[in-house]
Ligand binder design. Structure first.
Ligand SMILES: *Cc1c(COP(=O)(O)O)cnc(C)c1O
Length: 234
């Protein structure tokens, strides 16, 4: 059995365990396999093991990988999520080639993605990235700006605002991990109470997944626990 298949099984088991301890339905938690820095072979191995949703951070790398995967397995219905920061000069290929974008934090970027989303495709699924751990991290909208931004994005015709995303500062302590995720959850519930039809909390990575699931994550973005340690020098 391939290592990737084994790792995927272990991650799925951890998701099930975390959902059970949180008394949540495991089907509410989707596993996004973050394949950045790994090749088409790794995506194909995960797909063979039943994985369908993949997350990528680097545009050109992702486009090359999609082509390579399609050349070998054009029949696989994979879903591609762009999870990296979005630069405004890269919005067109992102709008054309992805199903989801997780790290939208400015109205300008959202406008461009909506304008550039091909009319032949369904609306592009969007998460608004929120900076919940304060000054250390530079990306993400301020929590105070999130309601206004979310309402503006929700009006754009070729986008579908699905929810919120965060990348909290790394923390070893699960209580602290939960505190950050809880803040995102509270904001999410507030926006839903204000009438936005959100269904997605994109939070939790390899090192803090159980805490994210305990606080209501509906998409966990898992890379190294599936594919191994990343080598950025390659
Ligand atoms: C790389 C990355 C992940 C996956 O991180 P791991 O620690 O390898 O699970 C998740 N989300 C984002 C935004 C990333 O850039």
């Amino acid at each position: 059995m391939s290592v990737i298949r084994q790792n995927l099984q272990a991650v799925r088991q951890r998701i099930t365990d975390a959902a059970n301890s949180a008394q949540r339905d495991v089907h509410e938690v989707e596993l996004l396999a973050v394949s950045k820095t790994f090749g088409a072979d790794a995506v194909l191995a995960a797909a063979e093991a039943g994985q369908r949703a993949f997350g990528e951070n680097y545009l050109q790398e992702a486009l090359d990988k999609m082509d390579a995967v399609r050349a070998i397995r054009p029949d696989l219905p994979l879903e591609w999520h762009f999870i990296g920061p979005v630069q405004s000069n890269k919005t067109r290929p992102i709008a054309e080639h992805f199903d989801w974008v997780h790290a939208v934090d400015r109205e300008k970027i959202a406008h461009r993605l909506s304008e550039q989303r091909p009319a032949t495709l369904p609306p592009l699924n969007i998460c608004l990235q929120v900076n919940i751990s304060g000054e250390a991290s530079k990306s993400g909208a301020l929590p105070a700006d999130a309601p206004g931004l979310a309402k503006a994005i929700a009006k754009l015709p070729h986008l579908r605002l699905r929810g919120l995303m965060a990348i909290p500062e790394p923390e070893d302590d699960e209580v602290r991990q939960r505190r950050s995720f809880h803040q995102l959850r509270v904001l999410y519930e507030q926006l839903r109470a204000e009438g936005l039809p959100l269904d997605t909390l994109s939070m939790g990575m390899s090192a803090d997944m159980p805490a994210a699931i305990a606080e209501g994550a509906t998409i966990v973005r898992i890379g190294s626990a599936i594919f191994g340690t990343r080598n950025y020098a390659k």
